[in-house]
Write a new protein. Structure first.
Ligand SMILES: NC(=O)C1=CN([C@@H]2O[C@H](COP(=O)(O)OP(=O)(O)OC[C@H]3O[C@@H](n4cnc5c(N)ncnc54)[C@H](O)[C@@H]3O)[C@@H](O)[C@H]2O)C=CC1
Ligand SMILES: O=C(O)CCC(=O)C(=O)O
Length: 411
C-alpha cells in the first residue's frame, strides 16, 4: 500500500471512531493546495538538468501550514501528499498552532555538488516564494536537507519579501535558528521512548536498541540513548550496517562516520546486512530513515517488543496488523517524531518575538509538550478503546475537526 493510501486509511479509521460527518471528513482529507514546479539548473559542467519540486499545503484550520522539505530520488506527489497530511495531525497531536504541509524535490542530493544544491534550492524557492509565508506556510528540513538548505531558502525568499528569518525553521543559529532544533527530533524521540517504557516498568538504561538511519534523527536519538546508558546494539544507514551485542560506542561511530562518510570499516562493531537491521535481536527498534520499511514481508520477523516511529510512515497498515497480533507495541510517527516540529514552533516564536531562548528552556519546554501529548494520546486510547496509532490519529483529527467547524464555511 503506498504512503497516501495508508495515511488516508488511518485517517478514515479515526474519522469513523470520532463519528465525523462525511462531508467534514472529505473536506479534511482533500489538501488545501498542491504545488508542482519545474526546476532547471545548470550543473557545474554547464549541462542543463531538470527536477520536479512539490509543496503540498494540506490544512490551515489551526494556523500556518508547517512541514519539512525532502530531497530524495523517491519523492513523488503521493508521498508528499501523505507526509503533508501527517503534518496536519502531528501539529495537532502536540497542540501547536499550525496546520500541515510538506515539500520535496525528486533528486539525489548525494550526487549533486554543494553549488548545484544551492542553485536547485534557490530556483525552487523562486517558484514557490509567493505561496509560502511566515503566517501561511513555513518550511523546515527533512531527509536530504539541512540547516544550510534553510539558509538558502531564507536568503532567496528575503530578496522578494525583505529579511524574513521566520520563513523557515531549522536554520543555522547565526541566522536566527533555535538552540536545540538540530537535536530536537531525536530528543523528542527519546522523551517519547522514556514515556512509553515507563508505562511498562522499563527504562532506557540497559535496554537494547536497533536504529535504522544515522542522519539527523537517527544519530541524535542514538547519541542521547547512549548518554542515558541504553545499549545501541545495531545501526544502519545507506552505506551499511554495524552491530555489537555489548552496545556500540556511539560517539566513536559518529566520529568514524564524519571522518570516512560511511559506517563501513568501523572497528568497534561487526558489519551486518543492512536489510537485517529491522529484524535484529533488540528490545526497541527505531526506524529513522525511509517510509514503508516495515511491511508484510518482514513484520512477522521483527524481534523488538517496541517500535518507535522516528521516521514518517515507516510501518504500513499490513505490518501494523501483523505486529499487533504479535503483541509488538508501535509508538506512532505523528507523536514519536513530533519533537522536531515542536522546536520548530519555538524557533518561529523566537523569531517573531525577536528574542532567543536558552537551550535549557527549549529542552524543558520540549519535554513538557511531549509529556502532555503522551497523556492526551493515552487518554484517547482509553476513551475509544484503541491502539496508540488510533489514539494519536483521533487526538489530532478531532482537534483539526473542531477548529474547522468553529471557523465555519461561510463564503
Ligand atoms: N529532520 C527532522 O527534523 C525530522 C525528520 N523526520 C523523519 O525522520 C526520517 C529521517 O530524517 P532525517 O534524519 O532528517 O534525514 P537525514 O537525511 O538526515 O538522514 C537520513 C538517514 O537515513 C539513511 N538511509 C537512507 N536510506 C536508507 C536505507 N535504505 N537503509 C538505511 N538507512 C537509510 C541515510 O543514510 C541517513 O543516515 C525521515 O523519515 C523524516 O521524514 C521526522 C520528523 C522531523
Ligand atoms: O520542523 C518542521 O517544521 C517539520 C519537520 C517535519 O517535516 C516532520 O515533522 O516530519
Amino acid at each position: 500500500m503506498n504512503a497516501l493510501a495508508a495515511t488516508n486509511r488511518n485517517f478514515r479509521l479515526a474519522s469513523r471512531i470520532l463519528n465525523l460527518d462525511s462531508k467534514l471528513e472529505k473536506s479534511l482529507l482533500i489538501p488545501f493546495r498542491e504545488i508542482k514546479v519545474e526546476c532547471t539548473i545548470p550543473k557545474d559542467d554547464g549541462e542543463l538538468v531538470s527536477f520536479v519540486g512539490f509543496r503540498v499545503q494540506h490544512d490551515n484550520a489551526r494556523g500556518p501550514m508547517k512541514g519539512g522539505i525532502r530531497y530524495h530520488p523517491e519523492v513523488d506527489p503521493d508521498e508528499v501528499n501523505a507526509l503533508a497530511q501527517l503534518m496536519t495531525w502531528k501539529t495537532a497531536v502536540v497542540d501547536i498552532p499550525y496546520g500541515g504541509a510538506k515539500g520535496g524535490i525528486g533528486c539525489s542530493p548525494r550526487d549533486l555538488s554543494n553549488s548545484e544544491l544551492e542553485r536547485l534550492t534557490r530556483v525552487f524557492t523562486q517558484k514557490i516564494h509567493d505561496l509560502i509565508g511566515v503566517q501561511t506556510d513555513v518550511p523546515a528540513p527533512d531527509m536530504g536537507t539541512n540547516a544550510q538548505t534553510m539558509a538558502w531558502i531564507l536568503d532567496e525568499y528575503s530578496k522578494f519579501h525583505g529579511h524574513s528569518p521566520a520563513i523557515v525553521t531549522g536554520k543555522p543559529i547565526d541566522l536566527g535558528g533555535s538552540l536545540g532544533r538540530d537535536a530536537a527530533t531525536g530528543r523528542g524521540v527519546v522523551y517519547a521512548t522514556q514515556a512509553l517504557l515507563a508505562e511498562h516498568g522499563k527504562s532506557i538504561e540497559d535496554t537494547k536498541f536497533a536504529i535504522q538511519g544515522f542522519g539527523n534523527v537517527g544519530s541524535w536519538a542514538a547519541r542521547l540513548i547512549h548518554e542515558r546508558f541504553g545499549k545501541v546494539v545495531a545501526v544502519s544507514d545507506i552505506t551499511g550496517a554495524v552491530t555489537n551485542p555489548d552496545g556500540i560506542d556511539i560517539p566513536a561511530l559518529q566520529w568514524h562516520k564524519e571522518e570516512t562518510g560511511s559506517l563501513k570499516n568501523f572497528s568497534g562493531a561487526d558489519a551486518m546486512n543492512a536489510e537485517d537491521l529491522l529484524v535484529h535481536d533488540c528490545d526497541v527498534l527505531i526506524p529513522c530513515a525511509l517510509g514503508g520499511v516495515l511491511n508484510r514481508e518482514n513484520a512477522g520477523d521483527v524481534r523488538a517488543k517496541f517500535i518507535i516511529e522516528a521516521a514518517n510512515h515507516p510501518t504500513d497498515p499490513e505490518a501494523d496488523e501483523i505486529l499487533s497480533k504479535k503483541g509488538v507495541i508501535v509508538l506512532p510517527d505523528i507523536y514519536a517524531n513530533a519533537g522536531g516540529v515542536t522546536v520548530s514552533y519555538f524557533e518561529w516564536v523566537q523569531n517573531i518575538q525577536g528574542f532567543a531562548w536558552a537551550e535549557e528552556q527549549v529542552n524543558k519546554e520540549l519535554k513538557r509538550y511531549m509529556k502532555r501529548a503522551f497523556l492526551n494520546m493515552k487518554s484517547m486510547c482509553q476513551t475509544h478503546n484503541c491502539d496508540l496509532r488510533m489514539g494519536a490519529f483521533t487526538l489530532g483529527v478531532n482537534r483539526v475537526a473542531r477548529a474547522t467547524m468553529l471557523r465555519g464555511w461561510e463564503a
